[in-house]
Design a protein around this ligand. Structure first.
Ligand SMILES: Cc1cc2nc3c(=O)[nH]c(=O)nc-3n(C[C@H](O)[C@H](O)[C@H](O)COP(=O)(O)O)c2cc1C
Length: 211
């Protein structure tokens, strides 16, 4: 936890909603920056015509408080992309045992592929991680035997810059614009819950809730 973070629970008074909102953003920023942080991964829910809804773990890559945006990377061929195209409303779930905190987010997702934003993100992906986008078929494609989906040699070695280009066409950044954030803090003496919702004009409405 960042040293300069507001200590919202050992203070004499109940925290203000603005302090709680700052705490949420601080946790998310830390989560994106620190692979050991429990907010580094999240559960992403999408609507699915076939299955009602689907869930999967993704890595939180970027957090922008000013624009209220969270980003993750994915394979353009993956099922979630089609689901987001059909309905961009997504749910994001974070839980930190260490911070006794759950954050649930409703957001609208935007897919970036082959544009300046995706290009800039791709340049930051280490060669070894670019393999994630070099699997031979769409993630989830049935195969006759256990497979990594990688070409021979790539399981043990990172691709060269030139080789990795075959993954670039599959690389997408999904940017999620927050519409609503629900914060739940667990304590042995009764929990606390708050909601933050932004309307279409970006106006924020805040409220305490019964946990
Ligand atoms: C710890 C962990 C991190 C993962 N990170 C990502 C990620 O950042 N992006 C991603 O597309 N899939 C990631 N996955 C894989 C997804 O959970 C999922 O299996 C894959 O994206 C296919 O999902 P879909 O078929 O619903 O599209 C991760 C899985 C785990 C266990």
């Amino acid at each position: 936890m960042a040293l300069d973070r507001i200590d919202i629970w050992t203070a004499d008074e109940e925290p203000r909603l603005s302090a709680v909102l700052s705490e949420c953003w601080a946790l998310l920023v830390d989560g994106a920056a620190d692979p050991q942080h429990e907010f580094h991964t999240l559960a992403l829910a999408t609507a699915s015509a076939a299955q009602g809804c689907t869930l999967r773990t993704v890595v939180l890559r970027r957090v922008e408080r000013e624009t209220r945006e969270l980003s993750f990377y994915t394979d353009l061929r993956s099922r979630k992309i089609g689901e987001i195209q059909a309905d961009p409303r997504v749910g994001l779930l974070f839980h930190s045992h260490a911070d006794d905190t759950q954050i649930r987010i409703q957001a609208e997702a935007r897919i970036h592929h082959g544009d300046a934003l995706a290009e800039a993100a791709w340049s930051q992906v280490p060669l070894s991680r670019r393999r994630d986008y070099m699997v031979s078929g769409p993630p989830g494609l049935p195969w006759a035997w256990p497979t990594s989906g990688l070409e021979d040699g790539l399981e043990d070695h990172a691709p060269s810059e030139a080789q990795s280009l075959s993954g670039k066409v599959n690389f997408a950044v999904v940017v999620c614009s927050l519409r609503q954030m629900d914060w739940l803090y667990l304590t042995p003496h009764g929990h606390r819950r708050a909601n933050f919702a932004w309307d279409a004009e970006g106006q924020l409405r805040t409220s305490w809730l019964v946990p």
